[in-house]
Write a protein that binds this ligand. Structure first.
Ligand code: FAD
Length: 437
């Protein structure tokens, strides 16, 4: 099919996230930070706000500073999948480190998932959270068998449930003939990321945290006798502790951190509303759908069930939102041909961060705390490690986590310019295509 023209875009098409229609980032009046705080947090995403909430509830004075409007980052731009995904399979961890370690790590992945469930429930955040299960689609019998083996191993050691669906059963779940089969993981879910973020913002502010947007932190310098001077163009805050929660938007504030994170762009589209009958034909079971490859596609219904949201081409070079939207629409049509009848209402992008060892990290370097590098799983991991970072600052035992115990590697000559990501994604794409033959 040739690239579609302007007719592809619905009237009122937007190049901002679909989520922002209901919950845009919060515009705050730029102002000087308070002169003193117990904790300064750089970054107002899921990580920063979860930490702020725990710290403020523990009676600490907290200031959250963001370079842009509150929630400008990936936390309000993502697909809203809440899973237990780690880039290292359970089987690989068993083979490399033994069953005990694999179980320990995957129990924490479950704890990260539970952290979202508990946050939403305990704080009564209305964010369309549903647990309808995830369908992991496989292109070949070999991928299907690999996935079945991995999930069976997890069931044996962790008790996590799953069902394998052969090719003939996929159509009842997902209107595509491309796939050789799928695994259904029934207890995974999805949220509306904009509403989740808005709920976190409101709860953190009512717990007493000061949230300031449009105020980039330019420098963090240690003070003689303890604490840090956190400098912005509008003034400084003297803080006993600092948490840097900038993930994919990390700049040169801390060169040590910049050398360890690999930022990459991700892209999404939303269609105009479909008729309920068409939606029931295309995504009848309202799950989250991904494929079992490195360069994943993800597709889901919007939380109100009216639109299809689609993500792919992660790590490719940015173009304008319309061109990227055209590419993604063509990809989506290749997977589900009936999408060809739909126009696009939104096409947007956001920045994530990977790490060289493909593990998420929480760390303290030169007394400054950091959590991030979630490798595309920041909804649960940002919620979880944001809270862990707060517990570490409070000196609590709950701050312990396996993600703090691992070394946090960089590679020689890397200074934070991720020029190689598009090449890496091309390589992953070729490997995926080879594995899908
Ligand atoms: C398109 C897309 C789809 C995704 N889908 C999923 C998904 O379905 N499920 C999932 O689990 N994860 C997903 N992710 C990843 C997830 O969104 C991120 O991992 C997570 O939001 C990171 O949250 P954060 O709070 O650490 O950082 P962010 O939300 O990115 O916030 C970082 C903030 O730091 C601020 N900042 C940077 N530098 C400074 C400075 N010097 N001073 C002040 N502020 C600064 C930025 O302005 C930004 O607001 C997706 C990401 C994208 C982009």
């Amino acid at each position: 099919m040739s690239a579609p023209g302007e007719a592809l875009f619905a009237p009122g098409f937007k190049d901002t996230p679909y989520w922002w229609d209901a919950a845009p980032p919060e515009v705050t009046t730029p102002r000087a930070p308070p002169p003193r705080a117990d904790v300064a947090i750089v970054g107002s995403g899921i990580t920063g706000l979860n930490a702020a909430l725990v710290l403020a509830r523990a009676g600490r004075s907290v200031v959250v500073l963001d370079a842009e409007d509150l929630g400008h980052g990936a936390s309000t731009r993502n697909a809203g999948y809440v899973g237990r995904s780690l880039k290292h399979s359970f089987g690989d961890l068993v083979r490399g480190h033994g069953v005990g370690y694999a179980v320990k790590v995957y129990r924490e992945m479950q704890a990260a998932f539970d952290a979202v469930v508990e946050r939403v429930r305990d704080e009564q955040i209305e964010c369309g959270f549903k647990i309808r299960g995830r369908l992991v689609l496989t292109h070949t019998q070999r991928q299907y068998d690999d996935l079945a083996g991995e999930l069976a191993l997890r069931k044996t050691h962790l008790g996590t449930d799953f069902a394998m669906l052969p090719r003939g059963a996929v159509r009842g779940e997902f209107a595509s003939d491309l796939y050789a089969g799928a695994a259904l993981i029934p207890d995974l879910g999805a949220i509306h990321p904009g509403l989740y973020h808005r709920g976190l913002r409101e709860r953190a502010a009512s717990a007493g945290a000061t949230l300031i947007g449009r105020t980039p932190v330019d420098r963090i310098a240690p003070i003689d006798g303890g604490g840090f001077d956190v400098a912005t163009a509008r003034g400084s805050v003297r803080a006993r502790d600092v948490l840097v929660a900038t993930n994919g938007y990390t700049g040169n504030l801390l060169p040590w951190l910049q050398r360890r994170l690999v930022p990459f762009d991700a892209y999404m589209i939303a269609t105009e509303p479909l008729s309920p009958a068409l939606m029931d034909r295309l995504l009848p079971t309202d799950r989250t759908y991904i494929d079992h490859v490195h360069d994943i596609i993800s597709m889901r219904r919007s939380p109100d069930g009216t639109r299809i949201l689609f993500l792919w081409r992660t790590g490719t070079r940015p173009t304008n939102a319309r061109d990227k939207g055209r590419q993604l629409w063509l990809d989506a049509v290749r997977i589900i041909p009936e999408i060809a009848t739909l126009k696009l209402s939104h096409s947007w992008t956001g920045r994530c961060a990977g790490t060289f060892d493909l593990w998420p990290h929480i760390a303290t370097h030169d007394g400054i705390h950091f959590a991030g590098g979630y490798c595309f799983a920041g909804v649960p991991m940002g919620t979880y490690l944001g809270q862990k970072a707060a517990h570490r600052i409070l000196g609590r035992k709950e701050g312990e986590t396996v993600f703090a115990d691992r070394s946090f590697p960089t590679v020689p000559f890397y200074r934070g310019n991720p020029w190689f990501v598009p090449h890496l994604m091309t390589w992953y794409g070729l490997r995926d295509r080879w594995a899908s033959r």
